[in-house]
Design a protein around this ligand. Sequence first.
Ligand code: FAD
Ligand code: NAP
Length: 558
Amino acid sequence: MGKQPDFDAVVIGAGITGMYQLYKLREQGYSVKGIEAAPDVGGAWFWNRYPGCRVDSESHTYSYFWSPELLQKFNWTERFAGQPEVLSYLQTAADLMDVRKDYIFNQRVRHARWDDVNKFWVIQLEEGGSVPITARFLFSAMGPLSAPQMPNVPGVYTFEGPWYHTGRWPRDPNSNRGADLDFTGHRVAVIGTGASGVQVIQEMAKVAKDLYVFQRSPNWCNPLGNAPLSQEEMDEIKRNYKALNEFCDTTLSGFPHKWIDKHTLDVPAEEREATWEELYKGPGFRLWLGNYKDYLENPEANALVTDFVRRKIRERVKDPVTAEKLTPRDHGYGTRRVPMETKYYECYNQDNVHLIDLRETPIERIEPTGIRTSDGVLTEVDVIVYATGFYAIRGSLSRIEIYGKDGRSLNEVWREEGVSTYLGLMIDGFPNFFTLVGPQNGTVFCNIPRCSAVAIDWNTGLMQNVLDKGITTIEADPEAQDEWNRLCEELLAKGLIGKTNSWFTGVNKNVEGAQKREVLFYAGGIPEFKELCKEIQADNWRGFLFDGVPATKLNEPA
Ligand code: FAD
Ligand code: NAP
């Protein structure tokens, strides 16, 4: 054996996933170091501080269910908490796990290289100079939505007024909130109408003198149904956490919404309509994830729900031309993640809100004073808000380099061969490297804290096996990886989500090489994913190579 590494494990990221993974490894007796680009914990909730930012998961399900202590300690004050409260929850969790002491903050990992002689990772920090960190195992918890993406339109950095990306909103140094920016009386442009855009537009519409919404693709948005949570309601929730946990464990994505066990077309039209009316009111993803069980697979069923939501837009937006512009034409309801809103459509009934349909007049360029569209019009504004989203799922991995066993980088391998993983957790050729909530994982299409904890609890078993058997390297078996790819592909092909361009399917028009759909998540649902993982464990960790030997052969006599 060669040199010893500095640490048994390094975890990149101090969001909800990284903190828990680090904590579990430390509990197991691994020496561990965390590295986080931000000055503190929180991940997505540290960075996204734009006005209106809040969860679309019911707050009390957006939790670490593994900690009864934390469940009982924390009081949510809204059904769908705002960003400062979610961040406060994660800070409380960090205190409870006492993880901050193990993190290096304000440091970005630039690259990591597998040292095949010493069998460890050599991890280069942005500001580490010539001194890297070494670790036997490397865990990426860099986030599925943590690589903000600017629009690739000419002149984007020429604007002379202030501009902000929702995913990197300036922060108030003394609180969990965003900086105290006053948009009152300003001319504000928002580019993008995904979940972030919708939330920020609702707030800007209240204060801006003129709000110009630059919309390329409208989405099917639904009422969130937010409300304050009283102490009595919170006490009731606390009494029922066990039952809630058990229920969410049975749902597709860990949300408290379950399919109606009927096929859409088997239900009489009147009954369907009444059901959708009820679900549409919310709270949360009831219409999206609590609908008839076949509507995201059967195009005919999907067309009916889509028509229902289309009518809702027409009811809520007074001007029919504007309503039509706000109506998606390129995808059916639910096939992209549904932005949740509070009086979003009503904003367009206000005189100060102007919708610019980029399907008719694309942005030509950003100029020092505003945004010029293809009709030659320059919309002059004081502030630009980029709600243009993220290079999702694989973006954070793509922004660093991970060099595997044969010196090739993960970016190169995936560029040439396509994304491919085993369980969305390991990649052939990259020993001892684990991706959490990453490509092809079962935790991506999910209420993420619940689902990522499922995966981490399972990793803990895997890492215990490594510890118990004194194993130095663990790798994905290439055959098992191929099989996993095929399964992910088959599952995604079954539904309409897999046939739609969105961040779920890896399409990002701003990113070179991300124009085509990819198989980026396991679409079988979290209960099945959990079962599958259990079965793999019971089959002696099928599909992994331990010190180069297939796990299933380890116990065979020599
Ligand atoms: P993150 O929270 O993204 O944390 C990743 C961390 O890794 C970040 O702190 C980042 O700084 C760090 N990092 C990345 N690269 C590096 C590097 N090279 N070096 C060092 N550090 C690095 N999901 C839901 O289930 N429900 C919701 O209601 C919900 N709302 C959301 C709202 C917004 C505005 C956004 C952006 C996302 C939302 N999500 C929601 C998805 C969200 O990503 C997850 O819920 C969750 O935050 C993921 O946690 P994570 O720890 O895996 O990743
Ligand atoms: P997003 O869904 O990817 O939306 C980005 C928006 O920017 C899209 O409307 C996109 O249009 C537009 N856009 C991108 N590039 C553009 C360009 N060059 N010109 C014009 N328009 C451009 O990103 P997001 O809104 O940040 O949301 C991402 C995910 O984060 C959500 O789906 C959700 O999972 C999570 N999130 C959740 C919440 C919540 O409610 N809890 C809030 C925010 C985010 P096209 O569609 O045409 O590309």
